[in-house]
Ligand binder design. Structure first.
Ligand code: FES
Length: 487
């Protein structure tokens, strides 16, 4: 019988085959020919990104592990040593940029490789597949800069899991979050050891997560009509945002139907999708989008190479951005107005009236004393949060600010606004030296799902759930801020 050339296989089959390959092999494939390069740029192949590991030959690309899993100590130590070596090399290179200065050690070359990989991703890969990325881990990266993080966040609007543990990022990395409203789907944020982070980032984060206290998505409001009209052609993107792959369960997606002759909108949950089927739909959308677009930057460096130019993709299209920007920037201004820039950040100093007002404004109004099992009966259920409110989710389940010692009560208050964090289970504030029990109480009062076992803060604060919460985690750590580290 006649033999068939591999190029005759349909794209769906090629994608299935490519799923067995790691990122390095995918890059090689992208250099074979134009059509393979197109298939490699299929979103479902790039759900979970671990550039720090990839630069060191570990090509894992599955979902992230359990949040409480401690990282391998040797691995962490190696990365820290590499970071130090790279820093020294970088300082020397500023003085002497000759070829000899590039004679680097293994440690330096690993970090340089990582930097090249990150640049390649930002320029060539993420513009094409950014909207499909769910996980990004840059933990212990010495190469990543705030500018890179800012670029990545703007290219990956549907991130669910972001790990920036022990990186040098500053507040500027998160500037675009609020403006673009790109962290609505975020569930896991690890900023452990990011010592330069201040309340400003928490303010941006809170704005970016959306406002559950905003007016409901009334079917007949003109605002609703406009939003629905803008999104009606993007059912696949809506489905994408609601896929919930990491929770291992299918979710109901909202499909909006606009009936021009009718009197109103029909906003009904109608589709329940298996995440694997969803991948196929997304892939098809990817290919459709790419049709007619030639030369997607598969230059000499391959898809992750640094030589070819990038391009825009649907996640950055005007419709979607403007839809989110409107909501984000309005709330951003409100939040600024509410908090003022000149407060010291300690709730105790800023006046208890404000604290009380803040708590009362939230949806999850606390009643009676803490610890009561009926305390949170007024909270909307998860389904309600995701589907009935005005696009806001505030879906954060994990937040670590361990060692972010510049955080104050003002930052915690930012998080408690907009409806608090109704799904937050894990909160690590170890080493946050400037927070007080007042700020902690304020935040915890709007985190009904918080699990005391996964609630960490300084042992010297007599804060909420003091008898059940876990203490500070940083005492034994050795490289993260702790008020008792000298003991
Ligand atoms: Fe106080 Fe660690 S920060 S015990």
């Amino acid at each position: 019988h006649a033999s068939m050339h591999i190029s005759a296989l349909p794209q769906e089959v090629m994608v299935r085959l490519f799923r067995y390959l790691g990122p390095e092999d995918l890059c090689r494939c992208s250099q074979v020919c134009h059509s393979w390069a197109e298939v490699v740029k299929t979103g479902s192949l790039w759900r979970h990104l671990y550039p720090v590991r990839w630069a060191r030959g570990d090509y894992y690309r599955g979902p992230p592990g359990e949040p409480d899993q401690d990282p391998d100590e040797d691995w962490v130590r190696n990365l820290q040593e590499e970071g130090r070596a790279y820093q020294e090399w970088d300082e020397d290179a500023d003085v002497d940029e000759s070829e000899e200065a590039c004679e680097d050690s293994l440690a330096v070359s690993a970090v340089r490789k990582e930097k090249k990989l990150l640049n390649g991703m930002i320029q060539n890969l993420l513009p094409a597949v950014g909207s499909s990325v769910r996980t990004l881990s840059l933990a212990y990266s010495s190469a990543v800069s705030s500018k890179m993080v800012r670029q990545i966040l703007s290219l990956c609007p549907n991130l669910i899991h972001l790990d920036l543990t022990q990186t040098d990022v500053t507040d500027s990395a998160f500037e675009s979050w609020a403006e673009l409203g790109v962290c609505r789907s975020l569930e896991h944020l690890d900023l452990s050891g990011c010592e330069k982070i201040t309340d400003y980032t928490l303010k941006n984060l809170s704005v970016g997560l959306g406002d559950l206290t905003a007016p409901r998505f009334s079917k007949n409001s003109p605002d609703c009509k406009n939003k629905l009209l803008k999104t009606s052609s993007s059912a696949i993107q809506l489905l994408d945002r609601h896929s919930g792959y990491s929770l291992g369960r299918a979710r109901t997606a909202l499909v909006f139907k606009w009936r021009p002759g009718g009197r109103g909108m029909s906003c009904s949950p109608v589709w329940v999708l298996d995440p694997t089927e969803l991948a196929d739909i997304e892939d098809t959308a990817d290919w459709t989008r790419k049709e007619g677009v030639a030369g997607l930057g598969e230059g000499r460096g391959g898809i992750l190479g640094v030589q070819a130019g990038g391009r825009s993709c649907c996640c950055r299209s005007g419709t979607r951005r403007s839809f989110r920007t409107d909501i984000g920037s309005t709330y951003f201004q409100q939040l600024y107005g509410t908090l003022g820039e000149k407060q010291c950040g300690h709730s105790a100093c800023c006046g208890s009236d404000t604290v009380l007002r803040t708590v009362k404004e939230t949806q999850c109004e606390p009643q009676a004393t803490e610890g009561s099992t009926e305390l949170w009966t007024k909270c909307p259920s998860e389904g309600e949060i995701r589907t009935e409110q005005s696009g806001a989710c505030r879906a954060l389940r994990f937040l670590s600010l361990s060692g972010c010692y510049q955080i104050t009560d003002l930052g915690l208050r930012c998080l408690s606004q907009g409806g608090g964090l109704p799904l937050l289970e894990h909160l690590n504030l170890s080493g946050c030296l400037f927070i007080t029990e007042v700020g902690l109480h304020e935040l915890v009062s709007v985190c009904p799902s918080l699990n005391d076992e996964h609630f960490y803060y300084c042992d010297n604060i007599n804060g909420p759930h003091a008898d059940r919460a876990s203490g500070c985690q940083n005492l034994q750590c050795g490289f993260r801020v702790c008020c008792r580290s000298g003991e």
